[in-house]
Write a protein that binds this ligand. Structure first.
Ligand code: ADP
Ligand code: TYD
Length: 205
């Protein structure tokens, strides 16, 4: 059995991840692949309960990081690893890069602590490909305001917070340029999809 590929979508809130997730699932399914779409925090019944707490309750930054990784442990065990092992592809709306960007960059938690949690929870497992949807914070904010949904605890943060999160994501992309591909999310959906098709081609080889 050939192991499936693991793709994660990242970016600040409003960057376009959820919009592209559905298209990616359709695109890969049309190529005959079995695709599992999931999200973090969440993806399992327990993980979704942790998500509800994380998006609503104020808490210490270390509690926040520990709960993100607790939900991830469950997600790996129940969804991600079984799917990959049976040859399915997994696309997750966010994964560990979000912890480094939000809890690390946004909230200032030490990178070493996050690396310890990452090693504990994931061992060596990293995504095969991470698509980083990158937009200026003002544009992301304007798009979310236009969509008109009630903002959650993270979305209510100030622009300076999202500037730090964005910078942390871009720093990670510079450190791991083969895995993390920056996608300019300011363009039209059609232009972005054309680029996604080109990027995905590299995974068939
Ligand atoms: P995320 O999941 O990253 O928070 P969404 O996919 O929910 O972001 O997108 C936020 C809003 O921006 C949605 O209303 C979506 O329709 C809109 N949007 C996403 N990408 C684009 C784009 N390239 N051009 C115009 N609007 C977009
Ligand atoms: P998301 O599903 O992108 O929110 P939405 O459904 O509104 O698009 O993610 C929920 C929030 O959780 C998002 O603001 C980022 C945050 N988050 C972290 O802070 N750390 C993490 O490790 C993860 C996975 C998410």
């Amino acid at each position: 059995m050939v192991r499936g590929k693991f793709i994660t979508l990242e970016g600040i809130d409003g960057a376009g991840k959820s919009t592209h997730l559905g298209w990616l699932v359709d695109y890969l399914s049309q190529r005959g692949l079995r695709v599992v779409a999931t999200r973090e925090p969440g993806g399992t019944p327990l993980g979704e309960k942790l998500r509800a707490l994380l998006l609503a309750e104020s808490m210490h930054v270390e509690t926040e990081a520990l709960l993100m990784f607790a939900a991830r442990r469950e997600h790996l065990d129940k969804i991600i690893l079984p799917a990959l092992e049976q040859g399915d592809w997994v696309i997750s709306d966010r994964y560990s890069d979000a912890s480094f960007a939000y809890q690390g960059g946004g909230r200032g938690l030490d990178r070493e602590k996050l690396e310890t949690l990452e090693a504990w929870v994931q061992g060596g497992l990293k995504p095969d490909l991470t698509l980083l949807f990158d937009v200026p914070t003002e544009l992301a904010h304007a798009r979310l305001a236009l969509a008109g949904n009630e903002p959650d605890r993270f979305e209510r943060e100030q622009q300076a917070f999202f500037d730090r999160v964005r910078r942390a994501y871009l720093d990670r992309a510079l450190r791991e340029p083969r895995r993390i591909i920056r996608i300019d999310g300011t363009r039209s959906l059609a232009e972005i999809r054309a680029e996604l098709e080109r990027v995905l081609e590299a995974l068939w080889r």
